[in-house]
Design a protein around this ligand. Structure first.
Ligand code: PEP
Ligand code: MN
Length: 339
């Protein structure tokens, strides 16, 4: 059930409604909109419908939610969610965020090199994996905590924000100490214990769509995080499995406008994993901007030939810089700032 409050609803009226919901052993979640708040009631519709909500002072309307996802639904919160990452706004249509960096953190020198050679673009968030979900147990598994320590130094040196993947529930607290955004990878996105754990955390979370996941399942994964009280979720389309062998995955570009219609959460594209080829990164990034994605997350490596992971889909810094300048022109035309 969704309870839409009147813009002038008082704190006391809101508290009274919340108390009555709790008396029924249901969970109220308050979503703050620009003009009014809404209260989403988690639990059985038949129990909450016992309350004549419309007669409560401060209530404008109450409606059952027929979709399986509630908190992520745009019906519940019509205005787009804007997430603030150390001053950088994600979502809301005024920005096009570009997150860039290598697939894996390989050392302090390479991280410094990469950022130094792309910082002229003015972007403010770097990516890099410390815990790597590799298909083979014999492949490089990531630098772990040492990688996080490198990110700490990079953050301080360049005054930027960072995103890195968390793979295990036991590492959520640790990764949250170092990273400004927690990434949940395509292979882990239906690890519901992990989703609940990052949901209890205050840091923004980027969820990458599973390679065999429907859009509805993707939104349900986000619902897990929101249901625990963390509303700062970014959804990232990163390609799905199809029969096409010329690309690593098939980037499902239509997922962006569908998801944006269904949910208020920001939506990103990963043009690197989406195609699995560096030469597709620019066209797919242009497509991301064209379908009004809120941003992209791009793999950039200073020595892709010798990268420990995903070298074939990584852009060299100069190529990345060229691409950003092309995107900037279109973004400006669309009234969006690249950051
Ligand atoms: C990554 O970002 O390096 C990664 C492993 O992504 P995904 O989970 O989308 O495969
Ligand atoms: Mn990668």
């Amino acid at each position: 059930m969704i309870i839409v409050l009147k813009p002038e609803a008082t704190k006391k009226e809101k508290k009274h409604i919340i108390d009555r919901i709790k008396e029924l052993k249901l969970t109220p979640r308050v979503l703050h909109g620009t003009e009014r708040d809404v209260i989403a009631v988690i639990g059985s519709e038949s129990i909450i419908s016992q309350l004549p909500l419309e007669v409560f002072p401060g209530v404008e309307s109450a409606m059952p939610v027929l979709k399986p996802y509630k908190l992520v639904s745009r019906k519940v919160k019509p205005d787009s969610t804007v997430i603030d990452v150390n001053g950088i706004k994600i979502g809301g249509g005024k920005t096009f965020n570009i997150i860039a960096g290598p697939c894996s953190i390989e050392g302090l020198g390479m991280m410094r090199n990469i950022w130094k050679s792309i910082q002229q673009t003015g972007i403010g968030i770097m990516r890099g994996g410390a815990f790597k979900p590799r298909t083979s147990p014999y492949s490089f598994q990531g630098m772990g905590k040492k990688g996080l320590e490198i990110f700490k130094k990079i953050k301080k040196e360049f005054k930027i924000s960072v995103i890195t993947e968390v793979m295990d529930t036991k590492d959520v607290e640790l990764v949250a100490k170092y990273s400004d955004i927690l990434q949940i990878g395509a292979r882990n996105i239906q690890n519901f214990s992990l989703l609940k754990e990052v949901g209890k955390c205050k840091k923004p979370v980027m969820l990458k769509r599973g390679m065999a996941m429907t859009i509805k399942e993707f939104l349900m994964a986000a619902e897990y995080v929101l249901s625990q009280g963390n509303f700062n979720v970014i959804l990232c389309e990163r390609g799905i499995r199809t029969f096409e062998p010329l690309t690593r995955f098939t980037l499902d570009i239509s997922a962006v406008p569908i998801i944006k219609k269904e949910t208020h959460l920001p939506v990103f594209i990963d043009p690197s994993h989406g195609g699995g080829r560096w030469d597709l990164v620019e066209p797919l990034s242009k497509a991301a901007l064209a379908v009004e994605a809120d941003g992209i997350i791009v793999e950039v490596h200073d020595n892709p030939e010798n990268a420990v992971s995903d070298g074939e889909q990584s852009l060299r810094p100069y190529k990345f810089n060229e691409m950003v300048e092309k995107l900037r022109k279109t973004a400006e035309f669309m009234g969006k700032e690249i950051c």
